[in-house]
Design a protein around this ligand. Structure first.
Ligand SMILES: Nc1ncnc2c1ncn2[C@@H]1O[C@H](COP(=O)(O)OP(=O)(O)O)[C@@H](O)[C@H]1O
Ligand SMILES: [Mg+2]
Length: 312
C-alpha cells in the first residue's frame, strides 16, 4: 500500500450534455489536508460525490484508502466519513440522539456507544445543548454536530464539503481547530471551500477547480505567489496626486483610470500609520483608502483571466 489516501486520474463526469469534470488528476497523501478550491458550480460537490461513491464517474479512476470507488464502493465507504454541504442532521432529534443514531447504524459494537457519544459532544462543545432538539441549534452548532456524526466510526479519511460556508467567524475558527486536531491524529481530510483563506489556513496542498479542470495545484504558498498579495488601495482625486504618491511607493502598482495606487503591505495598523505619515510628509492626501486581502476572486483572475462570476 502506498501512502496515497486518495489517488485520482483522468476523472470525468457529465450531466446530460454538461461536462462537469473534464479530466481531474490529483493525489492526497495520508495524514494531510487537501483543499479543492473553486467558486459555486465549479464541480466541487460532484468531485466529492464521486470520491465518496454517491455518484458514478463516466471515465477515469479514483482510489480512496486503496480501494477503487467503482469496483469496491463498500470498502471505500467503510474507510471514509462524509460531511455534506447541507447538514445531514435530523432536526427533530436532539444532538445526543443524532449521534446515538450514527452509533446504532455503524458496525461498532453497541457497548461503549454512550461513551463515544458523550466524548464527541464534549469535544465539539455541544454537551450543554446535547438534549435540545437540533432544530434549536445555530448554523455553527449544526455543522459541528454533523462533523461529530461523521466521526462516530473513526474514519481514516474525511470529506468535508464547504464545511464553513455561511458560518460566523467564531464557528469557522472552531471548525478549523477541529480539522487541525483530526489531522494531528493521523486523519486525511479532503476539504472543499470557496475561501482562499480557509485553504491557506488548513491545507497542505490546494487545487483550484475551474470549469471541470484543475487550473492550479500546489501548496498554499505556491498558489499565493501567483496572485497579488495583501495591499492598501489609495484613491486620489487628481492625476498629479497619483503621480506624486506613486513616486513615494516604488513597489506600488497604479491604475491611471481609477486614480488608484495599490501599495503592497500587511494592512496592519502600524504599517497603515507609516503609510499615512509618508503621504502627510509630502502634503498628499488620499480621497479613499481600503485594505485588500487576496481572495478566491484574485486567484481566479490571476489564473484564468476571468472573475468567479463568469463560472456561475
Ligand atoms: N445531478 C445533477 N444533474 C445535473 N446537473 C448537475 C447535477 N449535479 C451537479 N450538476 C451541475 O454540475 C455543476 C457543478 O456542480 P457542483 O459539483 O455542485 O459544483 P460546486 O459544488 O463546486 O458548487 C453545476 O453546474 C451543477 O448545476
Ligand atoms: Mg457544492
Amino acid at each position: 500500500m502506498t501512502d496515497a489516501a486518495i489517488a485520482v486520474a483522468g476523472l470525468r463526469k457529465s450531466f446530460g450534455n454538461k461536462t462537469v469534470l473534464d479530466g481531474i488528476d490529483l493525489d492526497v497523501r495520508a495524514g494531510t489536508v487537501f483543499s479543492l478550491l473553486g467558486p459555486n458550480g465549479a464541480g466541487k460537490t460532484t468531485t466529492v460525490n464521486v470520491l465518496t461513491t454517491l455518484v458514478k464517474a463516466d471515465g477515469g479512476t479514483a482510489r480512496v484508502a486503496g480501494h477503487d470507488v467503482a469496483a469496491d464502493a463498500k470498502a471505500v465507504r467503510a474507510a471514509i466519513g462524509v460531511t455534506g454541504q447541507f447538514a445531514a442532521v435530523d432536526e427533530l432529534l436532539t444532538g445526543r440522539e443524532n449521534l446515538q443514531l450514527m452509533v446504532d447504524l455503524s458496525p461498532l459494537p453497541a457497548k461503549g456507544g454512550k461513551r463515544i457519544v458523550a466524548g464527541l459532544l464534549e469535544r465539539f462543545e455541544l454537551a450543554e445543548s446535547a438534549d435540545k432538539p437540533a432544530s434549536t441549534y445555530s448554523g455553527g452548532m449544526r455543522r459541528k454536530l454533523d462533523l461529530a456524526m461523521t466521526l462516530v466510526g473513526d474514519p481514516q479519511i474525511i470529506f468535508l464539503d464547504e464545511p464553513t460556508t455561511g458560518l460566523d467567524p467564531r464557528s469557522r475558527r472552531t471548525m478549523w481547530s477541529i480539522v487541525r486536531e483530526l489531522v494531528a491524529g493521523g486523519v486525511t481530510v479532503f476539504l472543499t471551500t470557496q475561501y482562499l483563506e480557509e485553504a491557506d489556513q488548513l491545507a497542505d496542498r490546494v487545487a483550484v477547480l475551474d470549469q471541470g479542470r484543475l487550473v492550479a495545484q500546489g501548496t498554499p504558498d505556491e498558489l499565493k505567489r501567483q496572485i497579488p498579495g495583501t495591499h492598501v488601495r489609495l484613491r486620489f482625486t487628481a492625476a498629479a496626486e497619483l503621480d506624486a504618491a506613486a513616486r513615494l511607493f516604488p513597489d506600488a502598482s497604479r491604475d491611471d483610470e481609477a486614480l488608484t495606487l495599490n501599495v503592497p503591505g500587511d494592512g496592519g495598523t502600524s504599517s497603515l500609520r507609516a503609510l499615512l505619515d509618508r503621504l502627510d510628509e509630502h502634503s498628499l492626501s488620499a480621497e479613499g483608502l481600503s485594505v485588500h486581502t487576496p481572495d478566491l476572486d484574485d486567484v481566479f483572475l490571476a489564473l484564468t483571466g476571468r472573475t468567479t462570476e463568469a463560472v456561475k
